[in-house]
Ligand binder design. Structure first.
Ligand code: BGC
Length: 526
């Protein structure tokens, strides 16, 4: 009797899934074999977004622990996905997907609760060592981000975090501890995740700690949105260059490793065919992407920024320029979406609609206003993130921009992902839109690779639904759903698709996959 009920619910479930399966079958065909041999395919996570274990085993408070009390949704990373205690099962999950790389970050405040003003927390070293050993055992390469938005609150309290040049030495100290303990097994190192996005959120808009900003960007208790982001980014760039030098001199040869930096890279296309808007799109790329990449390849900020910012933009000494120049072996790009760019130098940019970026009449934005629609038509399908739309061709465009500007440096797409719209909450495990997102972005990535870009890897953001910074747990990018009351992980349809993609099975195999049945069993349990 019981058996019949189960069979009945399975068939009902499959009927419900039918439209999803048809949609999966009807979209673009892309295979792992469309990418070069040795290409890394992985999932990406970051420490604060999944680990939890707040103040456990000697860990110290981070800038995010300190800040989270201010989040309107009341969310925080105290427990997060409890990865600190469940990492072994998550590693098994990644192994079952068939990835050959895993990008994760190291919690600075877990390793050095007081920065260089205190002891190294050995429990943290053991924790990350176990992760590295266990993924390697399963044929998965560690791709380690040293700093991904979180740092010891101690450093903010002592000297104001990234606004102070003292942070450079603290970062190098932390990086050295990571290299000393893990560089014998880790080949891929990213010093800092998205300095450009971090300073925008932390010092322009004030929506990330230390929540500093000034009008017209936001109303914070303190801050200067015109100058502080430039100062903080300058310190981050120099910190990167010093850590990279240390790595090159003392650790690189150990496993013939690579070190790079990761930039948040939206694509920008002109709003109209006017030459002013075409220039504006180029300027937007310079002020957002080249802001971080020009210094680490050429040793100075982009000429466009020098031209418009004047004295606000810090100057590098000749020693600093030499230190920065060629301080990367690869460029990491996190790509999600594309904007229309409109010129604000020759035409007026009054920002009276919510899709337009405020403060665009200032040098910080390169005098560019960005839009997500043209003549009332959105640039792509909307997602669960405001201003993130599905524009697959942007992947090819941004990769080719980076390839051309930086003489075909090695590139890793260190993040690309889709957040389900809120209104799809009930069925968000049946995430056909996420599958189609990845397939279409991957097909444009393959095209860029065929056009000569030296792309070496692709990481899906993210393994499982996580703490999405100021958006808390409401925004969901994961291949796995996390049932918050139990913290159980449940594969979404996209997890099955990624597994099939990685085993070079064709899309239609999603239909016959036993994954659907096991997914269904778990789903029925909640
Ligand atoms: C960040 C991630 C974040 C993701 C989605 C990226 O900018 O590196 O930490 O979760 O975007 O918002």
């Amino acid at each position: 009797m019981k058996k019949n009920t189960t069979t009945g619910s399975v068939s009902r479930f499959l009927i419900l899934l039918l439209p999803a399966i048809v949609a999966v079958k009807s979209s673009i065909d892309i295979k792992r074999s469309d990418f070069p041999d040795g290409f890394l395919f992985g999932t990406a996570t970051s420490a604060y977004q999944i680990e939890g274990a707040y103040l456990e085993d000697g860990s110290g408070p981070s800038n995010w622990d300190h800040f989270c009390g201010n989040l309107p949704n009341g969310d925080n990373g105290y427990i997060a996905e409890d990865y600190y205690h469940r990492y072994m099962e998550d590693i098994e999950r990644m192994h079952s997907l068939g990835v050959n790389a895993y990008r994760f970050s190291i919690s600075w405040s877990r390793v050095l609760p007081k920065g260089k003003f205190g002891e190294v927390n050995q429990a943290a070293i053991i924790f990350y060592s176990k992760i590295i050993d266990n993924i390697l055992l399963r044929g998965i390469q560690p791709f380690v981000t040293i700093h991904h938005f979180d740092y010891p609150q101690e450093l903010e309290d002592r000297y104001g975090g990234w606004l102070s040049p003292l942070m450079q030495e603290d970062f190098v100290y932390f990086a050295e501890i990571c290299f000393k303990n893990f560089a014998d097994r880790v080949k891929y190192w990213a010093t800092i995740n998205e300095p450009n996005l971090f300073v925008e959120m932390a010092y322009v808009r004030g929506t990330y700690p230390p929540a500093r900003c000034s009008p017209p960007y936001g109303n914070c208790a303190q801050g200067n949105s015109d100058v502080e982001p430039l100062t903080a980014a300058n310190n981050m760039l120099l910190a990167h260059a010093k850590a990279s030098k240390l790595y090159g001199e003392q650790f690189k040869l150990e496993v013939n490793g690579m070190i790079g930096i990761i930039v948040h890279a939206f694509m920008y296309i002109p709003l109209t065919d006017n030459k002013e808007d075409k220039e504006a799109a180029k300027r937007a790329l310079a002020f957002n992407v080249a802001w971080i990449l020009d210094p680490v390849v050429f040793g100075d900020y982009p000429p466009e920024m020098r031209c418009y910012h004047g004295n606000e933009l810090p100057n590098f000494s000749s020693d600093e320029r030499a230190l920065l120049r060629d301080s990367i072996d690869f460029i990491g790009i996190n790509h999600y979406s594309t904007f229309y760019a409109k010129d604000c130098i020759y035409s007026s940019c009054i920002c009276n609609d919510s899709s337009c970026t405020k403060g665009n009449d200032r040098p910080l934005r390169g005098f560019v206003s960005t839009f997500v629609e043209r003549n009332g038509v959105p640039i792509g399908e909307p997602t669960g993130m405001i201003r993130f739309f599905v524009v697959p061709k942007g992947m090819e465009d941004i990769v080719l921009y980076v390839k051309d500007r930086y003489h075909n440096k090695a590139i890793f797409v260190t993040e690309n992902g889709y957040s389900s719209p809120d209104n799809e909450d009930k069925s968000y495990q049946h995430d056909v839109k996420r599958i189609n997102f990845h397939k279409s972005y991957l097909s444009y990535l393959a095209k860029a690779t065929r056009n000569g870009a030296d792309v070496r890897g692709y990481f899906i953001w993210t393994l499982m639904d996580d703490f999405e910074w100021a958006n808390g747990y409401k925004t969901k990018f994961g291949l796995y759903r996390v049932h918050l009351p139990t913290l159980n992980r449940i594969p979404k349809l996209s997890a099955g698709w990624y597994r099939d993609f990685l085993s070079n099975a064709s899309s239609s195999d999603v239909e016959s996959s036993d994954y659907i049945l096991s997914d269904e069993k778990k789903y029925m349990a909640y």
